[in-house]
Write a protein that binds this ligand. Structure first.
Ligand code: NAD
Length: 476
């Protein structure tokens, strides 16, 4: 989505990059080396469907190879184009650096509306696309590792992994060629929820610091905050679900392709999701009011706005009217450079995409490590940990008996304490740690440098600094 007189998505990313770089002391040559996209491969391939050959156009862009493999999702949408893929690849470079996932940045896309094809057709198309990319090492466990993005999910990742394995029958690490796979095909527990979970952890960390809350002109904790979410897909659904079910937030608006549902008393996310799956949109959902002009609901009064659908939705045409004091960019690039400028002047706090939706790549990193180590996380330690905890509990209960049972351990404590961490608990713990540490690095820059007025600039400064050190270490 782009509005007249606004830069394209890639230009927007470059503008934001330039703003940050102007505050750094990088040699101009290195600055340019980091900014530019190393290569973009365009492929056109034919697949015989419904009796005739259809030609598809796909891209895989590699933004930076300061670390390898490079990493980034594959998007299926009619709107996919080179500019968008390159912008998203650049964001991946900065995102991976910020959360210390040891990857360079990449992104892929196929111009297709997946809803127009049945499962068998999609499998044929995906396998053919994967074949074209794998043939050129643009899918490879040690060079380029895709993941899901808009319009793709576990199913497509499983096809890609299988296609790569068929082409590389002796590669013992074949499963690590792509992440976001289903558990039974080498995936990891917690990957599907990861990006939404990361959005939740990001907001939790934001509300841990009084200075940040004050900067947004807010008060209190996450509990009771009103939230509007755009896009109830993978990222938006999980973020809204966790925020409402675990942190006490009230989801007062959900915007989807066909319009929006609002309800000041809060929307039950599970019920709405089921409705969307059954009816193909939000229209007709009984527990709230329906508005056909979904985008207008972005301008509703609420505490937190979560754009989780697509880029460019907050732009020069509506930025002035956005009322939420806090925006968390769950989608990539939802706020254009022009809108960012307006919102910053208004004092809106924006938790930027490169950090806010990094939960996906973080857990993808864990999945890749799991595939390379060929063992599930927690398999070696879990029972040993439980046995050691049991020893402590037994001793305490002995002691309690000796003291005449004057105190006891509650069953709830015992249950929680005795449970060793399985893969899901470890993944969530690793993700929480990553999101906290990355936020703290942005926060430090934001509050300690007078020339840094927003979290986006802080995020760029931290990540560009890390990419620059990698290049310097290579002698560039
Ligand atoms: P998805 O396809 O699962 O969901 C997108 C949702 O947005 C769908 O429900 C769709 O109906 C809705 N939507 C599309 N156009 C819309 C519009 N104009 N208005 C309102 N709703 C609209 O995709 P996703 O994986 O959740 O990705 C969403 C965003 O998050 C993208 O920007 C993507 O790049 C980013 N992201 C995703 C991941 C991931 O792990 N899936 C990781 C990082 C970033």
């Amino acid at each position: 989505m782009s509005v007249k007189n606004e830069p394209t998505f890639r230009e927007s990313v470059d503008l934001m990059f330039n703003r940050a770089v102007s505050l750094m002391d990088l040699p101009p040559g290195l600055e340019e080396k980091i900014r530019v996209c190393n290569a973009t491969y365009t492929v056109r391939f034919g697949v015989r469907l419904r009796g005739h050959i259809q030609t598809f156009t796909g891209y895989r862009s590699v933004h930076s190879e300061h670390m390898e493999p490079v990493k980034g999702g594959i998007r299926y949408a009619n709107s996919v184009n080179q500019d968008e893929v390159e912008a998203l690849a650049a964001l991946m470079t900065y995102k991976c650096a910020l959360v210390e996932a040891p990857f360079g940045g990449s992104k892929g896309g196929l111009c297709i509306d997946p809803r127009e094809y049945d499962e068998h057709e999609l499998e044929q198309i995906t396998r053919r696309f994967a074949y074209e990319l794998a043939k050129r090492d643009l899918i490879h466990p040690s060079q380029n590792v895709p993941a899901p993005d808009m319009g793709t999910g576990e199913r497509e990742m499983a096809w890609i992994a299988d296609q790569y394995a068929r082409m590389n029958t002796t590669d013992i690490n074949a499963k690590a060629c792509v992440t976001g796979k289903p558990l039974n095909a080498g995936g990891i527990a917690g990957r599907v929820e990861a990006t939404g979970r990361g959005v939740q952890y990001a907001l939790q960390e934001f509300f841990r610091d009084a200075r940040d809350i004050e900067q947004a002109g807010m008060q209190g904790t996450l509990d009771g905050k009103t939230v509007v979410v755009q896009g109830l897909g993978n990222v938006g659904y999980h973020a809204a679900k966790f925020l409402s079910e675990e942190d006490g937030c009230k989801i007062v608006g959900v915007i989807e392709r066909d319009g929006a549902i609002t309800n000041d008393d809060g929307i039950n996310i599970e019920n709405l999701r089921e409705w969307i799956i059954k009816h193909g949109g939000v229209k007709g959902y009984p527990d709230g009011s329906y508005t056909e002009n979904g985008a207008a609901v972005l301008e509703t009064e609420c505490d937190i706005l979560v754009p989780a659908a697509m880029e460019g939705v907050i732009n020069l045409s509506n930025a002035e009217r956005i009322k939420a004091p806090l925006i968390i960019e769950a989608a990539n690039g939802p706020v254009t450079a022009g809108a960012d400028e307006i919102l910053r002047k208004k004092g809106t706090v924006i938790i930027p995409d490169m950090y806010a939706n990094a939960g996906g790549v973080t857990v993808s990193y864990f999945e890749w490590v799991k595939n390379l180590s060929h063992i599930r996380f927690g398999r070696m330690q879990r029972r040993q940990e439980e046995a050691r905890h049991q020893l402590v509990v037994d001793q305490l209960e002995e002691l309690s008996k000796a003291m005449g049972n004057s105190w006891t351990l509650t069953p709830d404590f015992k249950q929680k304490y005795l449970r060793g961490a399985g893969e899901l608990e470890l993944v969530r713990s690793g993700l929480d740690d990553t999101m906290r540490i990355a936020y703290q690095s942005m926060r430090e820059t934001w509050h300690e440098r007078e020339d840094v007025q927003d979290l986006r600039t802080a995020a760029y400064l931290v990540s560009i600094g890390k990419v620059a050190s990698s290049y310097r270490a290579k002698g560039l």
